[in-house]
Write a protein that binds this ligand. Structure first.
Ligand code: WQD
Length: 330
């Protein structure tokens, strides 16, 4: 199939493109480079031997997006493009609502106009809000704790209503847990601008000496060791889940958790990182981060049953690959 990947030069998008090409799909990339680097395009070519068509556009720009659909017979889209910092969304809500919702609406509208029936959406476990794990797709969603999470929940509703009104339009909503790790080549990985918000890239930069030490946000949660528990999933496993989702998508609204089904605490992850990579990660325990929840991990059965997909890589591979990328990514 010919697949349009929005946000395709980003962390998860770029890894998904590798898996799409490995499965003999043709890929077109639309990315505005607001949170990604053009150098990733050459790295994709280095890894796959193929340089996908690239359009530097903002997905909210209907005219520019229409040109892509005019010039390419597209069979499906995977929509990654969006702003994704929880913290930033609290201080810039309008930017987040506009960018994340308008891009989803414009892309859906153009898909329907051009008869593109398969739409895979990058959603997030954040839509579950604070409720007991393991989290299941049939659970009622609770209000999220930030505008970023609200944009994901609202986008899911927009896409669901659009499917209900257009019987030939089919959607897969993929709820990610905590994507980490990097491509085995060390050429691609999580490369956030500035000081990382997320745990793994922060740990990597402390191990490298770029940051002094890690602050662990609280050790008084009701968890195995008091620190936060999350369902970390290797980005390559996550990418493979997207290929399965778009290949299997044929009708209606399909919701899948993309997680491992296992929880790992902050201290367990840090200890694995130090042990596997034989490096030191200095840290100190500080107060809780506002908005954090104690525990979040997936019930991953539905994707296994319906997509024949299951995460295969464990914490050891995640910390190994994250560190290899950090060392090579000067
Ligand atoms: C993980 C754990 C922190 C940093 C967020 C978004 C979610 C998704 C993934 C997009 C928590 C602790 C972290 C640090 C720490 N993003 N931590 N010190 O908050 O689970 O999820 O990113 O879809 O939507 O909400 O990820 O990596 O920030 O935190 O102690 O410097 O690490 O308290 O327990 P989170 P995270």
């Amino acid at each position: 199939m010919k697949i349009l990947v929005t946000g395709g030069l980003g962390f998860i998008g770029s890894h998904t493109i590798i898996e799409l090409i490995k499965n003999n799909h043709e890929v077109i990339i639309a990315d505005n480079l607001i949170n990604s680097k053009i150098e990733v395009l050459d790295k994709l070519c280095q890894i796959t031997g193929i340089k996908p068509a690239f359009y530097q556009i903002d997905v909210t720009d209907e005219e520019k997006l229409t040109e892509i659909f005019e010039n390419n017979k597209i069979d499906g889209v995977i929509h990654f493009a969006g702003l994704k910092s929880v913290g930033e969304s609290v201080s810039k809500p309008l930017e987040y609502y506009y960018n994340n919702l308008v891009s989803t609406m414009v892309l859906s509208k153009v898909c329907i106009k051009y008869g593109v029936q398969k739409f895979v959406f990058s959603s997030s476990a954040t839509v579950y809000g604070d409720q007991p794990s393991p989290l299941r797709e049939d659970m009622e969603l609770k209000k999220t704790t930030n505008p970023y999470g609200e944009t994901k929940a609202m986008s899911e509703r927009i896409l669901t209503d659009t499917v209900n009104a257009n019987k030939d339009f089919a959607v897969s909503l993929l709820r990610y847990f905590n994507p980490v790790g990097a491509h085995e080549s060390g050429l691609l990985g999580e490369d956030p601008n500035g000081i990382p918000n997320n745990l793994m890239p922060f740990v990597s930069k402390v191990a490298k000496g770029q940051l002094k030490k890690l602050s662990i946000f609280g050790d008084d949660y009701e968890t195995v060791d008091g620190t936060g528990v999350r369902d970390y999933i290797h980005v390559v496993d996550l990418a493979k889940g997207h290929v399965k989702a778009i290949e299997k998508l044929d009708s209606g609204v399909n919701i899948y958790n993309l997680g491992t089904g296992r929880g790992t605490s902050v201290l367990e992850l840090i200890n694995a990182f130090m042990k596997v990579n034989a490096v030191d990660v200095p840290y100190e325990i500080v107060g809780r981060r506002p908005g954090d929840i104690a525990t979040c991990y997936a019930d991953a059965d539905k994707a296994e049953k319906e997509l024949n997909w299951k995460a295969e890589l464990g914490i050891e591979e995640m910390v190994r690959d994250a560190w290899k990328f950090e060392q090579q990514n000067v």
